[in-house]
Design a protein around this ligand. Structure first.
Ligand SMILES: [Mg+2]
Length: 237
């Protein structure tokens, strides 16, 4: 059995850990893969998990983007957190600011986004460069409430370039392939229907929707294969 466990809204909300979930996750039997649509580095996440005694593999959308691109391109124009540049470089996809050298545009949550950056990325995409979105999350939960996600930036480039991105984060098949590591019996734990649960449903896995993050009310109709819990403590009963 392999557990694919989401982070934002499950293990933590912004800077705060969600302790009832953390303690329950420690008690789950089987292999654990912690997976986030954040375009950060795996070691940054692993370090934070270790602080509370959680262990397992880590898959981030930056890592998935790097895996997807490594045999396709040599250089990419990237926009996102520092970890995105690290993961790309580690996979041999060199991040470049020299746009004429870039074979791909990779977009994550860039908190320093400007109109100019959107214009440059849109030009490259319009020219036909590979367009990769680390994720298209509309929002993400923080201790101060919901904040705009990478999807808001990807959408700006999509609209102005007229081209759709390849989305490598959840719920994509690419994301599931990297996280599932060829295992067959998989349970996805997450707080979002449109990413975590959709990925489970579309890939023959089971899903556990936990109401500690973005989703606060159980959806009216639950698809078969998905269960809802208020906290992960309910799994231990
Ligand atoms: Mg989440």
């Amino acid at each position: 059995m392999l557990w694919i466990i989401d982070l934002d809204g499950v293990v933590w909300r912004g800077k705060e850990f969600i302790w009832e979930n953390v303690e329950a996750i420690k008690k789950l039997k089987g292999k654990k893969v912690f997976m986030t649509n954040k375009a950060t580095s795996r070691w940054e996440i692993a370090k934070r998990l270790r602080q509370v005694g959680l262990e397992g593999d880590v898959v981030t959308s930056a890592y998935i983007a790097a895996q997807y691109l490594k045999d396709k391109v040599e250089r990419a124009f990237a926009r996102g957190p520092f970890g995105l540049y690290e993961e790309l470089a580690l996979a041999g996809v060199h991040p470049t600011e020299q746009t004429h050298l870039a074979d791909a545009v990779v977009v994550g949550l860039d908190k320093f986004v400007t109109y100019e950056k959107i214009a440059v990325a849109s030009d490259l995409v319009r020219e036909g460069k590979l367009f990769i979105a680390t994720n298209t999350d509309k929002v993400y939960p923080t201790e101060e409430g919901l904040k705009p996600g990478a999807g808001a930036i990807v959408e700006a480039i999509r609209i102005s370039s007229g081209r759709d991105p390849v989305v490598v984060g959840k719920p994509s098949k690419i994301a599931f392939q990297v996280a599932s590591q060829g295992e067959k019996d998989i349970v996805v734990i997450g707080d979002k229907m449109e990413t975590d649960m959709k990925m489970a449903l579309e890939n023959g896995a089971r899903g556990i929707l936990v109401l500690t993050g973005v989703t606060r009310e159980p959806p009216k109709e639950m698809p078969e294969g998905i269960i809802v819990v208020h906290t992960l403590r309910e799994l231990l009963r």
